[in-house]
Design a protein around this ligand. Structure first.
Ligand SMILES: [Ca+2]
Length: 278
């Protein structure tokens, strides 16, 4: 157990509200850096491109630099990044105030998260260090290491799937955290770089592509992109006042797909249009 992190958990909850203004002021200068290179869609070649419709909007903490998002059993789990601001929290969908939250040590930049049974796994960016928490208490239980950067993380019921900012995915045993294999994601034969937040949805892997407004839907066996989801219109709502699209969560029981972004004011329940555009 990481005692320092446990104490930080309590302090973080107490300081959550009081720190909001300070955190906002600290994050604000980053926006100009983070958004200036926001790119257009990844080249989708000859693959279908689906538009979406918004079913419902829920509040999202505008200070949450979202790096990992999971919805399970009526609760939303969120991992956030930035040095000195990284956290793991759990809350209800319609309330941005966390039921529980834990702050990461200042030298760790939080990244993707996945829930495996009664444990939560969280990656960090460049420290090559992951943290395992008790799901009920968010108490840190242990750390583990991996060989590449940590970006997105998903659990498909059998394996953890990790992205590292390249086109590569790593498959890991969810219990031993040992590497089971890797693959390179391609679209029409070309690697798809900058794979970020991940979600396993009914056997298909959804992946944010950093600095794009598109989600790749990937066959996790072949690692080929089947098609793309176009979120350009949604992202345009927040242009200039939030960072990039990042954050996919799936409510398997209610069959609801949620997306958000870094510092976005909203988390959206969306449905994918069946008809593909160009
Ligand atoms: Ca996710």
């Amino acid at each position: 157990m990481d005692n320092a992190a446990s104490v930080a958990s309590v302090n973080y909850c107490r300081a959550w509200i009081g720190s909001r203004l300070r955190r906002c002021l600290a994050i604000a200068p980053l926006l100009s850096v983070c958004t200036c290179n926001a790119a257009d869609a990844p080249r989708h070649y000859d693959l279908p491109l689906h538009s979406v419709r918004v079913i419902a909007s829920y509040p999202h903490d505008v200070e949450a630099f979202t790096q990992g998002l999971v919805y399970l059993d009526g609760l939303l789990y969120e991992g956030t990044g930035l040095y000195g601001h990284s956290s793991l929290s759990v809350r209800k969908l319609d309330d941005t105030e966390p039921l529980q939250a834990v702050a990461l040590p200042r030298h760790l930049f939080g990244e993707g998260i996945a829930v495996v049974g009664e444990r939560i796994v969280q990656l960090t960016w460049r420290a090559r260090t992951g943290i395992i928490y008790d799901r009920a208490t968010l108490r840190p239980l242990q750390r583990f290491s991996y060989e590449t950067e940590g970006w997105g993380l998903a659990y498909d019921g059998q394996r953890l799937i990790k992205s590292d900012g390249t086109a590569n995915l790593e498959f890991m045993d969810p219990h031993t955290l040992q590497r089971l294999g890797t693959c390179t994601v391609t679209a029409s034969g070309k690697p798809v770089a900058s794979l970020n937040e991940l979600e396993s949805v009914q056997g298909t892997l959804y992946a944010n592509v950093w600095h794009s407004n598109h989600i790749a839907r990937i066959d996790p066996i072949s690692c080929k992109v089947r098609d793309w989801i176009d979120l350009s219109e949604i992202a345009a709502r927040f242009a200039g006042r939030a960072d990039v699209l990042n954050g996919i969560a799936y409510d398997a029981e209610g069959q609801r797909l949620f997306v958000t972004g870094k510092l976005w004011p909203e988390l959206l329940h969306i449905e994918i249009e069946d008809q593909a555009g160009s």
